[in-house]
Write a protein that binds this ligand. Structure first.
Ligand SMILES: [Zn+2]
Length: 174
């Protein structure tokens, strides 16, 4: 286990870990990004040996998402691992949401930070003009500073998953 791992904060400070916090194996980077957008708390590491993932699960109480059946069936991970069977992203999302329905306030796809909704005026100089005029909502990530908006790609994916994205646009994302 390399020294870098010691600097990783497994728990957000002062926050009690609720059910529904996850760590994804290296095969599931795209799934992790989409789950963050849907409001799931998902840690992802570009390089993470199995023993490190097991360490994260045992230390943090998170559930491991993995494509590796052998790892998912490790006795030490009993009831703490979720085997993702499909290789296709939309179906992986369906598998996951079938087991863990819900989600919450959207998180940053890049860093897992909890997004804060910002007004259009705040982002007018930060996003391309066509995005400014065509996107109904904007968020900022307090952790990495990125400005995000809802695009057609997300709406199409949500529609595939059976969400009505326009209905979700009403009121609070929580
Ligand atoms: Zn971020």
């Amino acid at each position: 286990m390399g020294g870098d791992f010691r600097r990783i904060s497994l728990l957000e400070e002062g926050k009690k870990l609720r059910d529904g916090a996850f760590v994804a194996d290296v095969m599931l980077g795209r799934l992790a990004r989409w789950l963050r957008i849907l409001g799931f708390d998902v840690l992802y590491f570009h390089r993470a040996p199995d023993d490190f993932l097991i360490y994260v699960v045992l230390e943090s109480g998170r559930v491991l998402m993995t494509r590796d059946r052998r790892l998912a069936e490790e006795p030490i991970l009993a009831n703490k691992a979720f085997l993702v069977e499909d290789t296709r992203l939309p179906w992986q999302l369906r598998e996951f949401l079938g087991r863990y329905p819900g989600g919450g306030r959207p998180r940053c796809a890049d860093c897992n930070g909890l997004l804060v909704e910002v007004s259009r005026e705040e982002v007018v100089d930060l996003v391309p003009q066509y995005v400014y005029f065509n996107s109904p909502r904007f968020w900022r990530c307090p952790s990495c500073g990125k400005v995000l908006w809802e695009g057609t790609h997300k709406r199409n994916m949500l529609r595939f998953l059976g969400f009505d994205p326009w209905r979700r646009d009403e009121g609070s994302p929580e």
